[in-house]
Design a protein. Sequence first.
Length: 168
Amino acid sequence: MKKILIYPFIGILFLSLSSFAFHKFYVGVFQVEYAAEKKMIQITSRIFVDDLNNALEKKYHKKAFVGTEKETPADLDLFKKYLAENFTIKINGQAKPITFLSKEVESGDVLICYSKIKDVDKFKSIEISNTILVDWSSEQQNITHISAFGTKRSVLFTESSRKELLKY
């Protein structure tokens, strides 16, 4: 009789606990830092590799392998195009070109990207638009930390909040 009660209980316990383990978070973390002495904005992005490749495939209808052993130069070009279309910065109302520098994979599933905007003098406003992975998943959230002139601010970009203007 005990076995009849124990097995269903263990099954229910396993299912309830595993539902927490399988829930996926859709979060990207971005750091935008103004380095006044270099007249440069430095950008570091952290994005999950599998989510990124799924978003690239959905948007461009091509299978991509960015951040994996199968990555090709075409995959990297597609990724750079995606970044340029989905992460933009305006300084004092003017769009600034973002230069992709490099990338690396951390812990096997997080792609870290390094980019910069050069020749940035002191500014009064910065407008950031961040739609990375938002079109792929409506649950995507991009936390963006902005450091400039000794202040740090954080902005949460979502499907309904894609752009933010910060004044200094």
